[in-house]
Design a binder for this molecule. Structure first.
Ligand SMILES: Cc1cc2nc3c(=O)[nH]c(=O)nc-3n(C[C@H](O)[C@H](O)[C@H](O)COP(=O)(O)OP(=O)(O)OC[C@H]3O[C@@H](n4cnc5c(N)ncnc54)[C@H](O)[C@@H]3O)c2cc1C
Length: 391
């Protein structure tokens, strides 16, 4: 193997070896699928025989703080770090606010706009609750306003080194490898990329989705929606309103308490009238090519089926966090961190946003995660003071 960047004291072959190991371990997970799963982009293992890396010389490879994830929290962290005079760089494996981009196309937030604001930039919307479109527009404008340095479509695979001198390696969509150096790291990688799997036969069929985008392709088909929270209720209603024969199944006795107040009566009335048949206290036992089997309190029920939406939640990438050395609590997998500074047990590595809550993904959302930027930047200022990286 050839050493490619010796001058930096960092050997790309090491990074490559780490990436190969990482990819081999997580191949099944390393999949950015589009919301309806039709165009999966898999990060392939990089064969050692390929014309090697496409290291692209970039001006922006050194920063005071490198932030993994351009979600609302990552953006807030960069803004606050810039405000205290630090050079911040954000890297995201997708686009800016990739999770919001991947919400259902017609989603309306449950949060009012002022509670989604970052960087003291007002968020004005046409109605009381913002739409996904308005949020995308807003966060783009904020990024522009603060001239944030964001590298999109680069997937951070490894973080090595130590406090004051971290080495970060990312890959892009054509397997180019990018190396970065940073004095501090913030991980704000969210939870929306990894779905909670049912682990039942047939779950891997292409007709099974964990993300709902829009109803049109499912017109005049039989669709099963699994789940009892907002995502399931909203998907079921949207599908039903667009000519889909929808059945809902949920393992609990009823719908979840936190369903949006304007969605609850709608879904409950559709269920009561039988327009959306629902099975509670029930689980899906098997998914076949044209059927599903549901385990109900009255015994198994087989239904004709064309598509399944398993809206069973998502979880943070715990493997990534532990690969960096971050310890997770035994219950709920919360990253060990100082609650005030958000510095993790790895000195110089901070955690921000929803990942701070571990598997309790409903505890932190944009409304409260957006304040993590200020918490982290306050500590960064104390630690780094005015000694920002050379530009
Ligand atoms: C349908 C839906 C509706 C919601 N509605 C609301 C609402 O009304 N109000 C509210 O406050 N919250 C809402 N939430 C929750 C909210 O979206 C999340 O809490 C919020 O996005 C978390 O922000 P974050 O910055 O921590 O993570 P995210 O927004 O998920 O951002 C994480 C980013 O990290 C990137 N990333 C991950 N791993 C890597 C890697 N290894 N390398 C590079 N980049 C990486 C991802 O691509 C992503 O862009 C909703 C969530 C969903 C799914």
């Amino acid at each position: 193997m050839i050493r490619l960047i010796e001058s930096e004291g960092f050997c790309i072959t090491q990074a490559r070896a780490k990436i190969l190991l990482f990819i081999a371990k997580r191949k099944a997970k390393d999949c950015i699928s589009d919301p309806q799963g039709q165009h999966s982009l898999v990060t392939e293992q990089i064969p050692a025989t390929l014309p090697q890396t496409k290291i692209r010389p970039g001006a922006d490879t050194r920063s005071d703080v490198l932030i993994v994830g351009a979600g609302p929290t990552g953006l807030a962290c960069a803004i606050e770090a810039q405000k205290v005079g630090l050079k911040a760089l954000i890297i995201d494996k997708g686009c800016v606010v990739n999770s919001v981009y991947n919400y259902p196309a017609n989603m309306v937030f449950f949060t009012t706009p002022e509670l989604l604001e970052i960087g003291e930039i007002p968020f004005n919307t046409a109605h009381f609750k913002p739409t996904r479109q308005e949020a995308l527009e807003y966060y783009r404008r904020v990024a522009e306003h603060y001239k944030l340095h964001i590298h999109q479509y680069q997937w951070v695979k490894t973080i090595a080194g130590k406090d004051g001198d971290f080495h970060v390696t990312a890959t892009d969509r054509s397997n180019g490898i990018f190396d970065y150096r940073a004095r501090k790291i913030v991980i704000a990688t969210g939870y929306y990329d990894l779905a909670n799997l049912l682990k039942i036969p047939g779950e891997d069929l292409p007709k099974v989705f964990h993300y709902f985008r829009e109803p049109h392709p499912f017109y005049d088909t039989d669709v099963l929606v699994i789940g009892g929270k907002n995502s399931a209720a909203e998907a079921a209603l949207d599908l039903w309103r667009h000519g889909v024969r929808v059945t809902l199944v949920h393992r609990r006795v009823g719908l979840h308490d936190h369903i949006k107040y304007w969605v609850r009566p709608d879904i409950e009335n559709r269920i009561k009238s039988g327009e959306i048949p629902a099975y509670f206290n029930s689980t899906v036992a098997e998914i076949g090519l044209d059927y599903v089997v549901i385990k109900t309190p009255d015994g198994p029920v087989e239904l004709k089926n064309d598509f399944v939406f398993a809206m069973t939640g998502y979880h943070p990438d715990f493997d990534f966090l532990t690969s960096v050395g971050i310890e997770l609590s035994s219950e709920q997998c919360r990253p060990v961190c100082d609650p005030v500074t958000l510095e993790s047990n790895v000195p110089g590595v901070y955690v921000g946003g929803v990942i701070v809550a571990g598997s309790r993904t409903n505890e932190i959302f944009i409304e409260n995660g957006r304040f993590h930027g200020k918490q982290i930047a306050t500590h960064l200022k104390q630690k780094l003071g005015g000694t920002a990286a050379q530009r």
